[in-house]
Design a binder for this molecule. Structure first.
Ligand code: FES
Length: 106
């Protein structure tokens, strides 16, 4: 079973300022929308562009390169040119610390 790994504090994140965290094999980004936090792999599935540089609106993030939108809850690509979902990871807040579930295959 995957473990939750502490990646920072809720004070490191705000609606306009996502938190980026480097794991051994990839980089993830945690976005805040209202009181909710969403973690996705920080890479567009169209090309290797960080989605952390994108604009967040209505629980979606827009890739800054070609404008594909991704659902922050599911990672689903909502329009072309991206067609594949971005990997999402479970987020847990304990007190004021942010934890992300490390996938089994890392
Ligand atoms: S690199 Fe993200 S839509 Fe093309």
């Amino acid at each position: 079973m995957s473990e939750f790994v502490k990646v920072g504090s809720i004070h490191d994140i705000s609606p306009g300022q996502p938190l980026i965290h480097d794991f051994d094999y990839n980089t993830v980004v945690i976005f805040q929308v209202g009181d909710a936090y969403y973690c996705l792999e920080d890479e567009c599935t169209h090309q290797e562009v960080p989605i952390s540089d994108g604009t967040v609106t209505d629980c979606r993030v827009e890739c800054p390169m070609h404008g594909s939108w991704f659902d922050l809850k599911t990672g689903k690509a909502l329009n072309l040119p991206a067609t594949k979902a971005v990997q999402t990871y479970a987020v847990k807040i304990i007190d004021e610390d942010v934890f992300v579930q490390e996938p089994d295959d890392w």
